[in-house]
Design a protein around this ligand. Structure first.
Ligand code: NAG
Ligand code: NAG
Length: 348
């Protein structure tokens, strides 16, 4: 028994890397330097994590590691910025209250934020052997469609999902819209870059593109998980980036506070009450070759080749909000003036 366990463990020692780490909240603000650079306020509210050089405008030539003095991520050489929309609860009287994020399993004590993964192969592949090339300074990308209102539109991005957490460890089923029943341990949203079934091929030239997605592509055949080859137009296989956000919806689980018309009460900060507009943003900002070094090392969650910092240091790295508005009271409109729309009823 002992012996076969040892053999099993030996076979499971990963050749390469899968990074899984938490980043605490840097700031909640109405800024979006990828989609609406220079605009303060941007159209909707975001939760933003990572290096504190984050700003209203993030030129691709900006030295994110050089200009940052701290990061809210546990790997302290990661000055990238990661962001998503935020969530609100809509009360029966029509006012909204922001839903905060809570730490994922294994990251107790971290102030909000989300879990970030960088993978060489699919999430459930414990070998992680495919060679990937780390992103280049200035690289950024987006995934999702804020205007998606239907399941069909959301299905272009099959891996932008919601999980109704029975416990913090629940991972299935994954659905494309807000759960229609209260979730005891919160709601997890997942965002996998760049598109659909997790293909991760870069054109090798453009740090960005007009829709912030076209410089990335699916593998030519198969999927990222099956190790499908990248097409000639997008020949560089990059890590799969993956976010998990745990929303602390439990304080809003009293059924008496839920709408009586069969709809659910949660709404994205841009007004989407279906959930189909789930999306995420990324700006690469790892110091020097740290990400490549990690992806070339036997790192599985823990990564000795990377420097780490403790939870107190992560939580301490925050920046001031630039846009002065009430984001945490019971507000009559979502920041930016949005109202909940495209409400989906349980019987739809
Ligand atoms: C953000 O940009 C403004 C205007 O360019 C600048 O004054 C400020 O120092 C920047 N903040 C950070 C944290 O880089
Ligand atoms: C609206 O409902 C919420 C939740 O019940 C409550 O906290 C808030 O005070 C109410 N606001 C008004 C203006 O009645």
């Amino acid at each position: 028994m002992k012996r076969s366990n040892a053999v099993f463990l030996a076979l499971c020692v990963p050749t390469h890397a899968l990074l899984r780490f938490q980043c605490a909240q840097l700031v909640i603000d109405r800024l979006d330097p990828l989609v609406t650079p220079g605009m303060a306020p941007s159209p909707h509210l975001h939760q933003i994590l990572g290096g504190n050089s984050f700003n209203t405008t993030m030129d691709p030539t900006k030295d994110m590691p050089g200009e940052s003095t701290c990061t809210s991520c546990s790997f302290s050489e990661d000055f990238s910025n990661y962001w998503t929309a935020t969530l609100y609860f809509k009360a029966k009287n029509g006012t909204y209250k922001r839903v905060t994020q809570k730490p994922n399993a294994g990251f107790d004590g971290v102030n909000g934020g989300m879990t970030v993964y960088y993978m060489q192969d699919g999430l459930y592949n414990f070998n992680q052997v495919s060679k990937v090339t780390a992103f280049t300074p200035g690289f950024r990308m987006f995934i999702g469609d804020v205007n998606a209102k239907t399941k069909e539109e959301a299905e272009r991005f099959r891996q932008l999902t919601f999980t109704c957490l029975q416990t913090i460890g629940t991972r299935d089923p994954q659905i494309l819209d807000f759960p229609s029943e209260p979730c005891p341990a919160g709601i997890m949203t997942a965002v996998r870059f760049p598109t659909q079934a997790s293909p991760t091929c870069w054109d090798g030239k453009n740090l960005d593109s007009p829709d912030h997605m076209a410089h990335m592509s699916y593998p030519e055949t198969g999927s990222f998980e099956s190790g499908g080859p990248c097409p000639a137009t997008h020949p560089v296989r990059v890590p799969q980036l993956f976010y998990e956000v745990v929303w602390d919806t439990a304080p809003f689980n009293n059924r008496d506070d839920w709408p009586t018309d069969g709809s659910q009460p949660f709404v994205w900060s841009f007004g989407d009450a279906t959930g189909y507009g789930n999306h995420g943003d990324y700006m690469f900002g790892w110091k020097d070759d740290a990400l490549q070094r990690a992806m070339d090392s036997p790192c599985y969650v823990n990564c000795p080749t990377l420097k780490t910092q403790d939870v107190a240091a992560m939580n301490k790295c925050t920046i001031e909000r630039r846009v002065d508005e009430d984001i945490d009271g019971w507000v009559t409109a979502l920041p930016g003036g949005h109202q909940a729309s495209y409400v989906k009823k349980r019987w739809d």
